[in-house]
Design a protein around this ligand. Structure first.
Ligand code: ADP
Length: 312
């Protein structure tokens, strides 16, 4: 029984991984980086913060740039957001080379398609939560009343309807970041960039904030590009791009549905083990039974090999 389930899990894993690869080749590429380099000059020193990087981000996915401090993640994010200029290479966003745009066009592009969540929230201290969330809509020339209604709705979604008149200093870090998230999502941008969004928060609040970002993006099929140094936070993403020394060292898929299935299978296995162990206790366990465990393992490995062969 246990062997059968483990075989099923292995086969399912392989199937999902090949299905994912197939699906990715069909998906719309919303951001494409081709041979991107960023070199900073400090006096006579040259710092290559991003070193010949190429990858794609798909529409609607939650993508994470993961790496230790100084690895080049924030520079990459700033390049994708058009905040910094590339030294060489191309960044194509929604089919347009953003580094061919002049400042004016780039600013309009950002307003139309992009949202930002920052580690230090970047709220305007003189404004209330409501005014902060309304802010991006002012640039989009949304009329007053509609603006207020949209901001209110958004603050409700992040659970802050009772804090709309509070200024940033009158709120906790977690509440300020919720305002930051409401502001990033209020204009329904296609892409949201988040730079260490939970960097200043405790672990419980971090989890809440991550679930909020993930949930918001899923509902509206938005693309999230998040930078973090934290492996745990990377688990929220669909794909993890590992950065080291300005280079991409790996790109991995996180399969949430598979994880759930695996955990369901593990639960079932645990249940079977529990029942078996209850039976064994009443029948007096002997050494032969313990040795069976190893035999099971060997049978399992053999069965996987045979099934793989049968699948061709
Ligand atoms: P991370 O976000 O992974 O911590 P960064 O992208 O901030 O890394 O930095 C990558 C490298 O580029 C680091 O060595 C950093 O010191 C350098 N760097 C970043 N910004 C600048 C800058 N404006 N001028 C000079 N060097 C910079």
């Amino acid at each position: 029984m246990q062997v059968e389930k483990e075989v099923k899990t292995v086969l399912k894993k392989e199937k999902v991984s090949s299905e994912k690869k197939e699906k990715n080749s069909e998906r719309e590429k919303i951001i494409v980086l081709k041979g991107v380099k960023k070199v900073y000059r400090m006096g006579t020193e040259r710092i290559c913060a991003v070193d010949d990087v190429s990858f794609e981000i798909y529409k609607g996915e939650f993508c994470c740039l993961l790496g230790t401090s100084g690895s080049g993640k924030s520079t990459l994010l700033n390049l994708m957001a058009g905040i910094e200029k590339v030294s060489s290479g191309q960044i194509i966003m929604k089919g347009k080379n953003i580094h061919h745009m002049n400042e004016n066009r780039l600013a309009k592009f950002r307003q139309k398609y992009l949202g930002f969540v920052f580690q230090s929230y970047n709220l305007l201290n003189s404004m209330t939560a409501l005014e902060n969330v309304e802010f991006p809509l002012v640039f989009k020339r949304v009329p007053n009343k509609k603006r207020r209604r949209m901001a209110l709705e958004m603050l409700k979604k992040v659970g802050l309807e009772d804090r709309i008149k509070h200024k940033p200093k009158e709120m906790s870090g977690g509440q300020q970041q919720r305002v930051g998230i409401a502001r990033a999502f209020v204009a329904n941008p296609e892409i949201v960039f988040a730079d260490e969004p939970t960097g200043n928060l405790d672990s419980k609040t971090s989890k809440e904030v991550m679930e909020l970002i993930q949930g918001m993006a899923r509902v509206n099929k938005q693309t999230i590009v998040m930078v973090t140094h934290d492996n745990k936070l990377a688990e929220y993403a669909d794909r993890v791009i590992r950065v080291f020394d300005g280079k991409i060292i790996s790109i991995e898929e996180n399969d949430h549905s598979q994880k759930k299935e695996e955990s369901d299978v593990n639960d079932e296995i645990a249940q079977v083990n529990k029942e078996t162990s209850n039976e064994e206790t009443s029948n007096d366990i002997n050494n032969n039974d313990i040795n069976n465990k190893d035999t099971n393992k060997e049978e399992f490995t053999e069965e996987v090999i045979n099934l793989k062969k049968a699948e061709g």
